[in-house]
Design a protein around this ligand. Structure first.
Ligand code: 5GP
Length: 197
């Protein structure tokens, strides 16, 4: 997605060789026109997969996920990051490690918002090690539902997230794939999404 890549080059801040900050349009202030365009890309790519719901992880995935859900006419469900374990029969929980904050969360989903018949499209802002997406997959599969795809706004392809998810057979589609953040310089992958069909 060329407009997204241009925006990353214009406004992205390289914190170190592993972290890109995009607070001015995605993670703090949000550019809703850009989010709408992102939603259009995800809708066009994933419409054949016929998802029944969009899932995202709080909080930075909410903007792109909501614009995708709006355009696909689907409900959006936010997986919550609880700091403590909740003892209840009405929820699914799994532990994930936050890449940016270096802490563990209990990713939490109410059983009310998923059935075994659901086909879930996961949308998130970043893909790094694949922890958040893997946690979302565990929750979805605990309910007997199916993962119909994973849509990522910014993938850091030099980290192992995509390989991990693809090795388990999931379809990953990213709108901007970064090959390197070395020496403060943002470089994009030249190839298309490897699993894109
Ligand atoms: P993963 O779970 O794939 O290891 O990391 C993805 C999650 O960590 C995303 O939901 C995102 O919030 C956060 N994250 C990972 N890398 C970055 C980054 O370089 N910049 C920002 N802003 N968030 C990141």
């Amino acid at each position: 997605m060329d407009s997204l890549k241009r925006r990353i080059l214009k406004d992205g801040l390289v914190i170190d060789k592993n972290i890109l900050k995009v607070d001015s349009f995605l993670n703090h202030q949000v550019d809703l026109n850009l989010m709408y365009e992102i939603g259009t890309y995800f809708k066009n790519y994933f419409k054949e997969a016929k998802p029944t719901k969009i899932f995202t992880v709080e909080s930075s995935g909410i903007a792109p996920a909501s614009m995708t859900a709006l355009q696909m006419g689907l409900p959006m469900v936010i997986l919550k990051k609880e700091t403590s374990k909740i003892l209840s029969d009405n929820i699914y929980q799994t532990v994930i490690h936050s890449f940016t904050k270096s802490i563990d969360y209990n990713l939490t989903l109410s059983k009310k918002y998923i059935t075994a018949k659901d086909r879930i499209l996961i949308i998130d802002d970043f893909l790094a090690k694949g922890e958040a997406a893997s946690g979302a997959i565990r929750l979805i599969e605990s309910a007997g539902a199916e993962v119909s795809g994973i849509g990522i706004v910014i993938e850091k392809s030099f980290q192992p997230g995509r390989k991990l998810l693809e090795s388990k057979g999931y379809r990953v589609y990213s709108l901007a794939r970064i090959s390197s953040l070395e020496q403060g310089c943002i470089k994009f992958c030249s190839d298309k999404n490897p699993s894109a069909k």
